[in-house]
Ligand binder design. Structure first.
Ligand code: PMP
Length: 430
């Protein structure tokens, strides 16, 4: 057909112009030209339910955010070496959400830059160089951060000062005392560093373990590991790029579910609802030495347009009660998925917090053998029903469900019935 030919043309053009490292979603890629709320539209005006995009967190093209962006863009955009109120208004508003005493924020444009900066700060503050991550983590694209992002692929070499620990997987490990086990792995990593003459600088985790497979419960399991790294002279960095800004339901930040206060928090993705806004929040004593030794300037980080967008995103989260919506619709959605699990043996586990949900598919509930082909078939089958999600985890057998936070119970019903239909087709083929 014409549409298929046009899409093939775009694919060929991408390969020619963007080179070999890019990847597309879905066996049958999706071509989108417009977005609104939880919906994406293709060139024919067909609507796709977005159950995956945690960047457009307050909804695609939210009018309040778009207005703030275009208004400030028409007045002034420059960098942080002039006096300007907007970056300070944003900093003040943003820092108000942190349970840290006198927190400070440094703005970047991407989550990768935020993590890169956090690492430099951690090294300066602690005098150490060693970093502990989970074994299928993703933290970003800079040279140093890519070397601590094993989920980039088997061809990705980890840094010499990087140690991995198994993610706190309550399902595959039958999670007895997950917190103690995770802390024990962290302690072993610290000992291994020491035996190689490496001083620990930081433990860094995505507090919802998104690329590891989404691990949320029991809330509190991070606490003993954070104590371990501090005892060893390192700090704890919470990567909130994915769980942050209310997605986990009860609070703004994923770490709050664990009853811990990080030394550094990194932010990104939903922070600008699609506009490149990211940053790093830290305890002042952690930033102190770094500020003495080096100046910091990020050309685009904290510019007035980005700051106006960041403020508008926070205003929408508040006005529309999106943290509460994430909590209540998240419960409803997980209940619906649990009902599906009662009917489909292939669903081994349903987990998550708020609107960050993981579903693990297994060939056999007793052995918990991962079902990656079935997971791919389900993701692609949903796409054919114009419902968009993706897969996650080392074995690629987890569904990652992360809709914009404006997702309603009606949207959840739409998603659940598409899941039901698609699962029915897959199971009957097994
Ligand atoms: N940390 C986590 C947990 C992420 O998921 C990502 C992006 N997927 C990043 C950091 C990097 O963010 P960015 O792509 O904005 O550099």
């Amino acid at each position: 057909s014409d549409v298929a030919a046009r899409e093939q043309e775009i694919i060929v053009r991408r390969q020619r112009l963007l080179g070999p490292a890019y990847r597309l979603f879905y066996a049958n890629p999706v071509h989108v030209v417009r977005g609104e709320g939880v919906w994406l539209y293709d060139p024919d005006g067909q609507a796709y339910l977005d159950v995956y995009n945690n960047v457009a967190s307050v909804g695609h093209c939210h009018p309040h955010v778009v207005a703030a962006l275009s208004k400030q863009a028409s007045i002034l955009n420059t960098h942080t070496r002039y006096l300007h109120d907007m970056v300070l208004d944003y900093a003040e508003k943003l820092l108000g959400y942190f349970p840290i005493e006198n927190p400070q924020v440094m703005f970047t444009c991407t989550g990768s830059e935020a993590n890169d900066l956090a690492l430099r700060v951690a090294k300066t503050h602690t005098g150490g160089t060693g970093v502990i991550i989970t074994d299928f983590a993703y933290h970003g694209v800079t040279s140093i951060i890519a070397e601590m992002s094993p989920s980039l692929g088997a061809g990705m070499r980890l840094g010499d000062h990087v140690r991995t620990v198994p993610a706190p997987d309550h399902y595959q490990t039958n999670g007895q005392d997950l917190g103690a086990t995770f802390a024990q792995h962290v302690r072993a990593a610290i000992e291994d560093m020491r035996s190689h003459g490496i001083r620990p600088a930081a433990l860094i985790v995505d507090t919802i373990f998104s690329s590891d497979g989404v691990f949320s419960d029991p809330a509190g399991f991070l606490k003993p590991a954070v104590e371990e790294i501090r005892k060893a002279g390192g700090i704890f960095i919470a990567d909130e790029v994915q769980p942050g800004f209310g997605r986990t339901g009860e609070a703004m930040w994923g770490f709050q579910r664990h009853g811990i206060v990080p030394d550094i928090v990194t932010l990104g993705k939903p922070m600008g609802n699609g506009h490149p806004v990211a940053g790093m929040v830290a305890k002042p004593e952690v930033l102190d030495e770094f500020g003495k030794r080096a100046r910091y300037f990020n050309t685009f980080g904290g510019n007035p347009v980005s700051s106006a967008v960041g403020i508008a995103v926070l205003e929408v989260i508040e006005r529309e009660g999106l943290v509460e919506n994430a909590r209540s619709v998240g419960i409803y959605l997980r209940q619906g998925l649990q009902d599906l699990a009662n009917r489909y043996q292939i669903i081994g586990d349903v987990r998550g917090a708020g609107l960050f949900i993981g579903v693990e598919l297994v060939r056999d509930r007793a052995t918990k053998e991962p079902a990656p082909q079935e997971t791919a078939a389900l993701v692609n089958g949903l796409r054919e029903r114009r419902v968009l999600i993706s897969a996650t985890g080392r074995a690629a057998n987890g569904l990652k469900i992360r809709p914009p936070l404006v997702f309603s119970k009606t949207n959840a019903d739409h998603f659940l019935s598409a899941m039901d239909e698609t699962l029915a087709g897959i199971v009957s083929r097994v």
